[in-house]
Ligand binder design. Structure first.
Ligand code: GDP
Ligand code: ZN
Length: 309
């Protein structure tokens, strides 16, 4: 089953007005395109509501968000099995869960470690990510491991691949696609993007069904609204927090804090709580700055409420 539909058409701009705001179409967006008289390129007249979206803080602007992809079914977080960066993985998992799509982790370059070392890292990551998140170990030299990724994507589903540069995303996509897809022409126009776009995110159809979007160059992963994602990425902390005396416990110094008690007893790693707190305060800080910026622009609180999901 094909996972992308629609015709190929060049468009003049990659943006459209949605409820009075200029919105940039991203990979995966469903758009309506008009071809005005005398134009040889289409004009995006509407961007349809997004089923899922990967959102981060705009690296160039403190009080704005940036959508990187839309309408996918699965986020695959790729991390190298050697020198795994736990705090980066935790950050990636929060934003991945916040999208509303399924989440999985792929640990790459498994051939660089012994089987016993690989299994130790896999288990640790599995504990960190929680039961709901499949953790696969992959090497592009091991065809069976790549097939497990194909099965995970599934027929007719769209997966986005995130992870820092050099982790092996393009190599994995190439093996999955059975070709060097870097040379595949204007695939991006599936989603109605115009020629002027500099964003280089390509939706690749896999033989046997499914699509994968490699998102290169996703360096900064600043938090945006991600309370739901934070809860889903830290099921261990959330579960403990349910037993804190105060519902709005910040697990810093409150009496009756079950999270602090778990750290004291060794049930929860102190580093784990530290990550949770860091991401949680980043989410709060970004929200405060954004609300402040809206206030400065003279927006009414009622407008703000309407825009929230
Ligand atoms: P990307 O930036 O995430 O797209 O990473 P690339 O796919 O460009 O890979 C970065 C480097 O890692 C390249 O030199 C690849 O050959 C290498 N690489 C990718 N996958 C594997 C793997 O499974 N095992 C090993 N040993 N190297 C890999
Ligand atoms: Zn607490």
């Amino acid at each position: 089953m094909k996972c992308s539909s629609g015709e190929l058409m060049r468009c003049e701009h990659a943006t459209a007005l949605v409820k009075g705001e200029r919105v940039r179409a991203v990979v995966g967006d469903r758009v309506e395109v008009e071809l005005p008289d005398g134009h040889d390129k289409g004009v995006i007249s509407a961007i349809l509501p997004r089923r899922t979206a990967f959102v981060r803080r705009d690296p160039a602007e403190r009080t704005a968000s940036q959508v990187l992809a839309a309408n996918f079914d699965l986020v695959i977080v790729a991390e190298p099995i050697v020198q795994l960066n736990r705090s980066r993985l935790e950050r990636e998992l929060v934003l991945a869960h916040e999208t509303g799509a399924d989440v999985a982790v792929v640990l790459t370059k498994a051939d660089l470690m012994s089987a016993a070392e690989v299994e130790a890292v896999r288990r640790e990551v599995s504990d960190l990510a929680g039961q709901m998140v499949p953790v696969l170990v992959v090497s592009i030299e091991d065809a069976a491991s790549v097939e497990r990724v194909r099965a995970l994507v599934g027929d007719g589903r769209v997966a986005i691949l995130i992870g820092k540069s050099g982790v092996g995303k393009s190599s994995l996509v190439n093996v999955l696609a059975g070709a060097d897809v870097q040379d595949v022409g204007d695939v991006r126009e599936f989603d109605g993007k115009g020629r002027h776009t500099t964003v280089d995110r390509v939706m690749v159809e896999l033989p046997g069904g499914g699509c994968v979007v490699d998102m290169p160059g996703v360096r900064g992963l600043g938090m945006w609204d991600a309370d739901t994602g934070l809860g889903l990425a830290f099921p261990d902390v959330e579960e403990l927090a349910a037993s804190c005396r105060f519902r709005d416990c910040s697990h810093v110094d409150e009496p009756g804090c079950a999270v602090l008690a778990a750290v004291a007893s060794g049930e929860l790693a102190a580093a784990r709580l530290e990550s949770y707190r860091t991401l949680s305060s980043e989410i709060s800080a970004v929200r405060a700055r954004r609300d402040e910026a809206r206030h400065m622009r003279g927006e009414k609180a009622s407008d703000r409420k309407k825009r929230r999901k």
